[in-house]
Ligand binder design. Sequence first.
Ligand code: PLP
Length: 412
Amino acid sequence: MSMVLPEPAERERLLADEIAGKFPDARGRFGPYGGRYVPETLIPALDRLEAGIRQHLHARDYQAQLNAELASWVGRPTALSFAPRLSAAWGARIWLKREDLAHTGAHKINNALGQALLAQRLGAKRIVAETGAGQHGVASAAACARLGLPCTVYMGAIDMERQAPNVGRMRLLGAKVVPVTGGDQTLRAAIDEALRDWVSDPSGTFYLLGSAVGPHPYPYLVRELQAIIGREARAQFLADQGALPDAVFACVGGGSNAIGMFHAFVPDRAVRIIGVEAGGRGTGLGENAASLSYGRPGVLQGCYSLLLQDEDGQIQETDSISAGLDYPGVGPEHALLLAAGRVQYESAGDDEALEALQECARLEGILPALETAHAFHGVRRWARANPGGRAILCLSGRGDKDMPTLQRTVLA
Ligand SMILES: *Cc1c(COP(=O)(O)O)cnc(C)c1O
């Protein structure tokens, strides 16, 4: 563990403030994390976005429109499925929150649709978005098509090659996909390019960011739009079991499906909350993408959080079999929940995730995304130590998109 946790009294104070809804504070911080570390030119655009969120996000007509679209187009509420054969095999009782059944096959649509509707209310004429593996680009392109908004997606040139089917999907959905050839030619460079585009026309353009990362108010906005996952799961579980689960699990990349799943459960102190990061090939720098397990505090893309960096503060390359978890940073609210001792973060390696994915597919008839497979490994490990316990896992997405990787690995 590279991060020193605060003293117990300080942890309790951070948790009490988090439960009381005091974060993000007026400076956009979750305790010590978050904030806005951006060039001056971006501040007016972020201020406008923050004011727009304050005006619309919890207003009745925005919420009515969002909920209607979530019900009729996205397919919410998603099911909470008991997993009988996995439960028998692993020894605990396991329920799956089925975000794989949401339109476009993952939780990302909750955020993309919510932000696109907000953009429309703020009078934006076009949307820009970044994408790494292509899943957020597809969700953004779909939401923009639904609302009739032009959409430009920035994508690293290397990622465009690795994720060719998603590039085609975005184009079919009417989006313009722009290759980014600068920087690392992957997600980080794509975010920088989308920010640059936004700054050049902050009132006509809306930047639709894909995870609970980046400068304030994005981590807050994305959390609010994804929190429906945990609210639904908590109510569904209570209705079915008449009690709360012993534990909830989610995989953590930037942290949007995890914060969405966890948020409603944070005040339920008896419920253990566990986030599972990408352990990649090993524990060394460059071998994984587990920022909360192995990272140290620093600034990346406008936000102070835990990062994978070397002694000199150079951001490290990351490695994971799962493209959606392959990012050197993590959302600031997760760094806070770690510091407050409320959420336990652990990692699952490439091989462990692949194994858990196959068990889920064979035993439950569900092929989960490789990202989600990391959370399955976390549940499997927990089940061994907690026989008879009851756990909910956020099944963040379906695995059809991962067939090329699965062909190369477990099917080879
Ligand atoms: C993108 C993605 C993730 C990782 O992103 P988060 O913001 O951490 O949720 C996880 N699962 C699936 C299926 C994804 O597409």
